[in-house]
Design a protein around this ligand. Sequence first.
Ligand code: TYD
Ligand code: MG
Length: 478
Amino acid sequence: MPKPATRFVCTACGAAFAKWAGQCGACGAWNTLAEEAVPRPGPPGSGAAALGGRAVPLVGLRGESEAPPRLASRIAELDRVLGGGFVPGSAVLVGGDPGIGKSTLLLQAAASLARAGRRVLYLSGEESVDQIRLRAARLGLAEAPVALAAVSALRDLLATLEAEPRPDLAIVDSIQTVWLEEVGAAPGTVAQVRAAAAELIRAAKARGFALVLVGHVTKEGALAGPRVLEHLVDAVLYLEGDRGHAFRILRGVKNRFGATDEIGVFEMTARGLAEVANPSALFLAERRGNVSGSAVFAGVEGTRPVLVEIQALVSRRAGEGPARRAVVGWDQGRLALLLAVLEARCGVSFADRDVFLNVAGGLKVSEPAADLAVAAALVSALVDRPTEADCVFFGEVGLSGEVRMVGQAEARLKEAAKLGFATACLPKRVAGRGRALAVPEGLRLWEVGHLADLVAALAFPERRAGREEAPRPAVRRS
Ligand code: TYD
Ligand code: MG
């Protein structure tokens, strides 16, 4: 008899390999390959449907389909990321680092829905009933009629979910604690987590309740991370944040029922996660004006404009060896590109300088639209002259140094005006291209066609007087 076959599965991305290696060949993570048994094929006959199958009726693309009904949690920041609320019969994965606040957020959502008369099950394999009750009491939610249980065996979970009355929403916290005996592997392994999630999702679809699976992001080791489940679920949300900062970002990375890239902003308080209605004010709260190396970026996250401060520090290279480039909250490769463009196209060299870049507050910015603000912060740090404190920046920088227009310019301008900024530095619009911009009352536009123009203005502010051009015909004042 052949010995039981095993394989090596990456706990970060789920890729499987025949041989062990120190680094995953698929996602590049180190020390994430864990040995596990090859899943046994299903019982004989499970593929027989194909033999006795019938052709299904095929339909056209056009048809009467209603928008899915929604279970709104009435936590606006959460509902927006979900696309309006939980969808019955769908599965949502909520991932994040341990201790970031997943259980807190979901308990708050559970309580809110339960108070609105929905049947909500909170099934925890992480904490005891007493621990959860304690948290509920601290959050002031103890009176909410949430149905609670500490359970981790899959068959018990399924039996609970199939019992009457039918739940509207079931939260399983966390999927890594759920185990099935049939899978010959320890709880939390890729095989266990995938098999358990598949069974739970099947139950949710069959009974029509909304399912939330909580998944901890694991750094390494034998525990599977939430990424191995992303393809199984309908929506994937990540709760991010820096433990050193109070605010948390809920980010949608996949959503079959709504837009992705939407964010919800929360602040961790003594009474749980509080919604932040005005994130720009929060991110700019600790900004000090009149220091060099700082520029405010007018960004957009999903549908929502967010102003953040970009900070740069440029210092003489310490010691021998290559100059350091350290980035927090932005893309390292993008910084290298900008430094190269500044050097090759604008004659500004950072070769003998260490460069540190930080997005203040701990937000992660991924838009290329931040190029102009990053360049402004870098040049300001290098020449040790502050950018204007009441100016925001946005625009993408191309390889020849040209500054390119980005999407949602009007939303960015509006947010800047709302927060009291007087000037917006943005890409020069090409005459005849794009439609007219609605510019809020009182906001001055500083249009930049080439990065060298920005460099000159920052390095020689006294020469800047001439930059306020008369509004072009394309500019419409609103
Ligand atoms: P938790 O929701 O347990 O995190 P996760 O489920 O993602 O592992 O959050 C744990 C952290 O949140 C813990 O460090 C304490 C903090 N916290 C507060 O600051 N205020 C609160 O009201 C609660 C419930 C937790
Ligand atoms: Mg938890």
